[in-house]
Design a protein around this ligand. Structure first.
Ligand code: SF4
Ligand code: SF3
Length: 547
């Protein structure tokens, strides 16, 4: 076994990637990512001690957030990136030690190694990685709970980092992330204590998504119901993918009047719903589908492509010369746009210059899709929605948020959407939507049957809508609402969305296309017993259960 990773839904044989990632992550990168997470636990422990003494921890907090985010599936594939980050983590940890008395940190026995190991050679890093990886925890239930927490923290860190980019921070969440990272090394914690920490991770997940919701709404306004074209125009174009709205804003500012159009791909689609981006005439539509179709869609796009966050997949030779990464995303041989200097924008001039030399995108589809149903928008229609429920015109909502992915079995989600009766409405968010957002499912009295709230983090919107409906219908329990949950998952952002929903008390969530490999039989059983979590079966049987 040259590596072990089972953090995403497409892990090899539903068990774990052991030679190289199905995602394309080489073993060396996987091992360095494990070691980086381990190093972040050491940083977290000392940073918490410094925090207790009232010493501001902005540098450590930011380092930990970006560090966790960089190890999410399909973000960064560069070994040299993780080597330098491990070195930086050790340096930061040891610098923080000067701020606290040795007696304050030297006592925690199971943390000793994370606090003291050191090395600067890549060969030693590789050796060390073998000792501290996921399988170093021998008890499979403890390992499962530790990894469930760790993957939730990765997703949480990503959302909080998005909020930070827009100037929004929450030190309570940062402290929790550090506390939970340290707890995953604490051998004295019982399974019950770790289970409680799983729910606390969900609680912080809700807080993190609320923080990002506030950051987005304050910076870019309330999403509006918007029709987004999916065809192409005659100008050369730039395709922007990922989740970072600030990158998009700066790209639009720099391309306006240039004769270059900007199209969204994958999770950038919901940017069209925000009012300030509508003023750009060259922001012309969405091209293609979810991340996993990029190999064909980036090729036919013809122009440069900018990846701002996950999901990047190993590029083909046919378009690698037109591909750019920025932020935490990285791939060997792909050009990287550096971070913005304080008070300045990122410099996208190289991408714009290349776009001008490229032919316009090749059209792959025509028409339009509708979205922008975030909580504020849906709640402004609350009366209409409530009337439709009271009159029986809407019998049930189905939350089908989350991720899309490559697995053929995900056709289930398309078939499920098609088979839903006409008196049901799908609430969606995340790239899961591409499985049904181009179907003509009609509307109910003017309310479309697919309501897209936005990116995966906007699953928070769906929870806010549910809580509001509970209030309007004067129910005691959110589970009494006519809402079912049929969620697709892939990477670690969807893990924090799931933990957030569990924290809010939502029961009987169906999760597909397969249950996470990192759930041991006992931990899976615990989720079934306490939360009614279930996998998916056939469309027919699941419809019976969910309706
Ligand atoms: Fe395998 Fe997924 Fe890990 Fe990639 S992220 S190595 S596909 S489990
Ligand atoms: Fe999709 Fe990667 Fe998860 Fe933001 S873009 S939801 S998979």
């Amino acid at each position: 076994m040259s590596m072990f990773c089972f953090q995403c839904q497409e892990t090899a044989q539903g068990k774990g990637c052991t030679k190289q990632g199905v995602c394309g992550k080489p073993a060396q990168v996987a091992n360095l990512q494990d070691l980086f997470i381990y190093a972040l636990k050491g940083v977290s422990a000392i940073s918490l001690k410094a925090e207790e003494k009232g010493i501001k921890q902005d540098e450590a907090n930011s380092f930990i957030l970006t560090g966790l985010f960089s190890t999410i599936t399909n973000v960064n594939f560069k070994d040299d990136y993780f080597v330098s980050k491990i070195q930086k983590a050790l340096e930061l940890r040891d610098r923080l030690k000067n701020e606290v008395d040795e007696s304050e940190w030297a006592s925690a026995v199971s943390l000793q190694d994370a606090l003291t190991w050191t090395s600067s050679s890549v060969t030693e890093f590789e050796q060390k990685a073998k000792d501290i990886g996921v399988l170093a925890t021998e008890n499979e239930d403890v390992r499962s709970l530790r990894q469930l927490i760790t993957y939730g923290l990765k997703g949480l860190a990503a959302y909080v980092e998005h909020a930070c980019v827009l100037g929004y921070k929450d030190d309570a969440i940062n402290s929790f992330i550090k506390k939970a990272l340290v707890a995953t090394l604490d051998d004295s914690l019982s399974a019950d204590e770790l289970t409680a920490l799983v729910l606390e991770t969900g609680k912080n997940g809700v807080a993190g998504m609320a923080l990002l919701d506030k950051a987005n709404a304050t910076t870019y306004g309330t999403p509006e119901i918007t029709t987004v074209p999916i065809g192409v125009k005659d100008n050369p174009g730039i395709l922007i993918s990922g989740h970072d709205l600030k990158d998009l804003e700066e790209l639009l500012e720099q391309t306006k009047g240039s004769g270059v159009d900007v199209y969204t791909h994958g999770e950038m689609l919901p940017a069209h719903y925000y009012p300030p981006f509508k003023k750009y005439d060259n922001f012309v539509g969405n091209y293609g589908n979810a991340w996993w179709q990029q190999k064909t869609e980036f090729e036919s796009f013809n122009g440069p492509i900018l990846l701002t966050t996950n999901c990047l997949i190993p590029p083909k030779e046919t378009y690698i010369g037109r591909l750019y990464t920025t932020g935490l995303v990285g791939y060997p041989g792909v050009k990287h746009i550096p971070d913005r200097a304080p008070g300045k924008m990122k410099d996208f001039s190289a991408i714009i210059a290349q776009a001008k030399q490229c032919p316009p995108p090749q059209e792959i589809e025509k028409g339009e899709i509708v979205g922008g149903f975030a909580h504020a928008t849906v709640l402004s229609l609350a009366e209409k929605v409530v009337d439709a429920v009271k009159s029986g015109a809407i019998k049930r909502f189905i939350v089908m948020a989350g991720c899309d992915g490559r697995m053929k079995s995900r056709i289930y989600f398309t078939e499920f959407a098609k088979a839903l009766p006409q008196d049901t409405v799908i609430l969606t968010a995340g790239c899961a939507k591409y499985r049904y957002n181009k179907l003509d499912l009609g509307d109910i009295g003017g309310i479309p049957r697919v309501l897209d709230a936005g990116q995966c983090n906007d699953s928070y919107s769906l929870a806010v809508i549910a809580l509001k409906l509970k209030e309007v219908f004067e129910l005691n329990d959110i589970n009494e609402l006519p809402i079912s949950y049929n969620i697709g998952w892939y990477e670690q952002k969807s893990v924090i969305v799931l933990l957030g929903l569990l924290y809010l008390g939502i029961k009987n969530i169906h999760l597909g296309p397969t249950l996470p490999a990192f759930l041991s039989p006992n931990v899976a059983d615990l989720l079934v017993q306490n939360f009614g979590i279930a996998g998916i079966t056939t469309v027919e049987d699941d419809l019976k259960v969910m309706l």
